[in-house]
Design a protein around this ligand. Structure first.
Ligand code: OFO
Length: 169
């Protein structure tokens, strides 16, 4: 049975993951409405991944005999000044999520809950990849700015991203 402190931290993380999905969907809608369907696709795939991350924690809590709890999901910002701003915010958000995940890993170690530590390690590794992708895109968008000649090839490239369920059953 998982300790209450860890169950609470994991429940909070479900909320953070679902909030991430909300956030990326608002960004996706913004890009879509500007006509950048590829960028909208990339952000939409990101939103699906976040939902999968949250749901995976939900199943884990059940497996460990704890009750998943559902909290209000904060409404994200819906309007943005530019695509560059979006990707700066993606990067800032991913860095924040990394801190949250690291705190859970610390807690699992303090509680000597090796199973929970093993579980959350997946998220620790995932955040390394997510931060690297976000850094790469934030840099690209800061260089490109609003130059349509360069935005369209990047849009086409980001349109190739496809969702792969990280936890297939
Ligand atoms: Fe859930 O992967 Fe980033 O935030």
């Amino acid at each position: 049975m998982i300790k209450d402190s860890l169950a609470k931290a994991l429940n909070d993380q479900i909320n953070a993951e679902y909030y991430s999905a909300y956030l990326y969907l608002t960004m996706s809608a913004y890009a879509d409405r500007l006509g950048y369907k590829g960028i909208a696709n990339w952000l939409g795939v990101q939103a699906k991944e976040e939902l999968a991350h949250g749901t995976h924690i939900y199943h884990y809590l059940l497996e460990r005999g704890a009750a998943p709890s559902f909290q209000d999901i904060k409404a994200p910002q819906v309007s943005y000044g530019s695509l560059q701003e979006i990707f700066e915010k993606v990067l800032a958000h991913e860095r924040k999520v990394t801190e949250l995940v690291n705190r859970i890993a610390d807690l699992a170690l303090n509680e000597k809950d090796h199973a929970a530590y093993h579980f959350i390690r997946w998220y620790v590794d995932e955040q390394v990849e997510e931060e690297a992708d976000a850094e790469d895109l934030a840099l690209k968008f800061s260089r490109i700015g609003n130059n349509p000649g360069q935005l369209y090839p990047l849009d086409a490239q980001l349109g190739m991203r496809r969702f792969t369920d990280p936890f297939p059953v």
